[in-house]
Design a binder for this molecule. Structure first.
Ligand SMILES: Nc1ncnc2c1ncn2[C@@H]1O[C@H](COP(=O)(O)OP(=O)(O)OP(=O)(O)O)[C@@H](O)[C@H]1O
Length: 255
């Protein structure tokens, strides 16, 4: 569904060229949940923004369903860490935002918004304003708003980065279920190894200076993942190994 071919992205600054992404190639299948994982500054957001049409590659090309990506499209939607809700609108009206460019009746817009608010467990909050909601709830509204335009692809840039650990785990479970139920293709940026192992069908492991793909890891875990299972921990360890973060000393524990 998404073909990234030999993409290099560089920026000019004070007469110097900074190569942010260097010859990155990647194919993403329809319905896959892909996590872009890597240290700060390795170009995860830059790659996501290029796929989403916010940024043009310096060389190489990106195609979505065989069309070169030139600009953002309604067929794919980006969700950012800072929810981007309009504070003066109710939750319901925020979810309806993306529908306003389409010629739907008032009733149809309200029906679609209610459907997706229900999907994220917020039907009871429809009349509230964003400031009356917790961070986790605001991000749920942003997810409902993105889903309401029924995109084929969701691009998510560290969407849970600002949330506390427990809320984050709840939202991870929910987005995984929603992505599976609605058969979305998801490209999700994170620097959290556990989050990537919990969510991804495949993890794209990136290295920095310049940003490159260091490894592609297929996560062969069941649909419903258990963060404490041996298989989960083995895959997490494998990622640590790829980042050279695993200690090779044997430690004995006495409890
Ligand atoms: N418009 C720009 N002009 C110059 N440099 C840029 C621009 N956008 C990004 N960069 C640089 O590109 C590099 C990669 O940035 P990017 O935000 O893609 O990294 P990231 O892996 O998503 O990092 P983080 O996890 O910290 O968000 C950084 O060094 C950043 O300073």
């Amino acid at each position: 569904m998404i073909d990234v071919s030999n993409v290099t992205i560089s920026f000019e600054e004070e007469n110097q060229t900074h190569v942010i992404l260097d010859d990155v190639s990647l194919n993403i299948e329809k319905g896959e949940f892909i996590c872009l994982l890597g240290p700060s500054g390795c170009g995860k957001s830059t790659l996501l923004n290029a796929m989403a049409g916010f940024l043009k590659p310096t060389s190489g090309e990106i195609k979505i369903e065989n069309q070169i990506v030139q600009k953002p499209s309604m067929k794919y939607v980006t969700i950012f860490q800072n929810y981007g809700l309009l504070p003066w609108r109710t939750v319901q009206k925020n979810v309806e935002l993306g529908l306003e460019t389409q010629k739907y009746s008032k009733e149809k817009k309200a029906k679609i918004a209610s459907h997706y608010l229900k999907m994220v467990g917020l039907e009871h909050a429809a009349k509230k304003r964003p400031a009356q909601l917790s961070g986790g709830m605001q991000q749920r509204v942003a997810i409902a708003r993105a889903l309401a335009v029924e995109p084929d692809i969701l691009f998510m840039d560290e969407p849970f980065g600002a949330l506390d650990a427990i809320t984050r785990m709840k939202l991870q479970t929910d987005i995984l279920e929603i992505a599976q139920d609605t058969k979305k293709t998801v490209v999700f940026v994170t620097h959290d190894i556990e989050e990537a192992v919990f969510l991804a069908d495949r993890i794209v492991i990136m290295s920095a200076n310049p940003g490159r793909i260091k490894a592609l890891l297929t996560v062969q875990l069941p649909k419903h993942r258990d963060r404490t299972s041996n298989d989960f921990l083995m895959i997490r360890d494998k990622v640590y190994e790829i980042f050279n973060m695993k200690s090779h000393e044997t430690i004995e524990y006495y409890i």
